[in-house]
Design a protein around this ligand. Structure first.
Ligand code: NAD
Length: 478
């Protein structure tokens, strides 16, 4: 794969070349790319500024048709995109292809948004007046994305922004820019006019600062620490912000849970996709009566996974996506042990047939809610178990963490489920389902510091990607 930046309809090589490596096989280079400097990022922002008014006024049907075409092209190339994703990020091939198909669905949904966009009409208290509330594009959107969903995440941001008549400059994570390059190729092929969509690869802070300063709105997904930095920067220019940030999601398992189901959803949430989902389960809060049976079953499931090269047909859990994250994960377990956690499964690296970043699905037990391992996001295949006495203590433990993204409960009691759903401070709650695994037609996001500003996807898309205008019309007495 050789991928360039895409600025004002032109493919541009930057001055600083960089390569990506396959986390399943560190001896394999996957892509050759180049980073642009601040001047080129400014050029991309200026191109987006010039192109936006015409795109905002673009014929509604024509804009929807283009987004449908993007969806069709992504679908027709889902295998290629999924393969590149697997090689660059480390998801298994079915997960990679599945993510590509999700990206196509996001564009399909956005195409519908173009023609669904609505306003409101009010009677006025003043005789002879009407009041209209309409939505207009917010303008130039800066989109900054992390490495864990290299095609779906840029797609739902770009699709939503374009649907509502905005222009976009996208900066993907330098660990996984390949899918963003493929997306840019598809947008060009589908007929998105020059300057309406731009792709820049660059260092986070330098590139990000120019984007934040020059944009009307920033849609950012990444870690909470980075989120705080970008929010501080955005305050200077009062750039509208939507931040989707870290999580430390808790699944409560009550004595009355269906044990098979509880183990199924807990293991899915904790370890599938190598635990690299912002909504993945990192804390398992389990009542005393079911604790031992649950831990025993979870340890067995963890030990039974086939961890390995993302492209091997029998692999269930691919590698950790990059070396810094891999080292952080291993250190996380060391630190957890030091504070008293016992390792019931996994805990370290796994040998593979290639030189990859393979880590065993890990289960920590005997932990306390206030320990670092239950407060600090690990973002890997690691879950820690906290034993509690009852639902009250479980609710308290689940909420006793600064992150507030997703949470869940396994119970056969409707009453317990409803109590938890209401008491949870997370932005998303699941009942008898994994804390991860979201749909594109409903809002996604958490409360601060897991999120800030309007939620993403579904009906929230319009809230973030438009500005509302209230108009008083004096048509005179009729
Ligand atoms: P990260 O914060 O390190 O980087 C995210 C993006 O920000 C990258 O493109 C990076 O280059 C850029 N960046 C870095 N410094 C910047 C700066 N000063 N200004 C502007 N941009 C800057 O995150 P990551 O390691 O790529 O991703 C993992 C994190 O993302 C985890 O914390 C995870 O929970 C979070 N995440 C959250 C959601 C959600 O919806 N809440 C979804 C996916 C991932």
């Amino acid at each position: 794969m050789k991928g360039a930046n895409y600025i004002d309809g032109r493919w541009v090589d930057g001055a600083v070349p960089f390569d990506t490596v396959n986390p399943s096989d560190l001896d394999e280079i996957v892509g050759h790319y180049s980073k642009v400097g601040e001047a080129e990022v400014r050029e991309a922002m200026a191109a987006a500024r010039r192109a936006q008014p015409a795109w905002g006024a673009f014929n509604m049907q024509a804009r929807a048709d283009i987004l449908h075409k993007v969806a069709d092209l992504i679908k027709s190339r889902a295998q290629d995109i999924g393969l590149l994703l697997s090689r660059e990020e480390g998801k298994t091939l079915p997960e990679g292809v599945g993510e590509a198909l999700r990206a196509a669905q996001c564009f399909q949904y956005a195409a519908g948004d173009v023609v669904r966009a609505q306003g409101e009409w009010y009677n006025s208290m003043r005789d002879g007046f009407n009041v209209l509330v309409t939505r207009e594009p917010v303008g130039v959107v800066a989109a900054i994305t992390p490495w864990n969903f290299p095609i779906a995440l840029p797609s739902w941001k770009v699709a939503g922004a374009l649907a509502f008549g905005n222009s976009v400059v996208l900066k993907p994570s330098s660990f996984v820019p390949g899918c963003a390059v493929m997306l840019a190729q598809i947008l060009e092929e589908a007929g998105v006019p020059a300057g309406v969509f731009n792709l820049v690869m660059g260092d986070g802070r330098a590139t990000g600062n120019v984007m934040i300063d020059e944009a009307d709105a920033l849609t950012f997904t990444g870690g909470t620490a980075t989120g705080r930095t970008v929010l501080t920067r955005a305050a200077e220019t009062m750039t509208k912000c939507q931040l989707e940030l870290g999580g430390k999601n808790a699944l409560v398992v009550l004595d009355d849970a269906d044990l098979d189901l509880a183990v199924d959803i807990a293991s899915n949430g904790a370890w599938i996709q190598t635990g690299q989902r912002c909504t993945g389960t990192e804390r398992l809060i389990v009542t005393r009566g079911i604790h031992d049976a649950f831990v025993e079953r979870m340890a067995k499931v963890a030990a039974g996974y086939r961890v390995g090269h993302a492209l091997d047909a029998d692999t269930q859990i691919g590698p950790v996506a990059n070396a810094p994250q891999f080292n952080e994960n291993l250190q996380f377990v060391v630190d957890a042990r030091a504070e008293g956690a016992e390792v019931a499964a996994g805990g370290g690296a796994v040998e593979g047939r290639t030189r990859g970043l393979f880590m065993a699905p890990t289960l920590l037990v005997g932990t306390k809610p206030e320990w670092r391992c239950n407060q600090h996001e690990s973002f890997g295949p690691i879950a820690s178990v906290v034993m509690v006495e009852d639902l009250d203590e479980a609710i308290h433990a689940a909420n006793a963490c600064e992150y507030k993204l997703s949470s869940g409960i396994a119970t056969t009691s409707l009453k317990n489920a409803e109590r938890f759903r209401k008491a949870s401070q997370a932005g998303m709650v699941t009942v008898n389902a994994p804390t991860a695994g979201l749909e594109y037609h409903v809002p996604l996001g958490g409360r601060a510091p897991s999120g800030y500003g309007a939620r993403e996807t579904g009906a929230s898309t319009a809230e973030f990607f438009t500005e509302s205008k209230t108009s008083y019309i004096n048509h005179g007495a009729i």
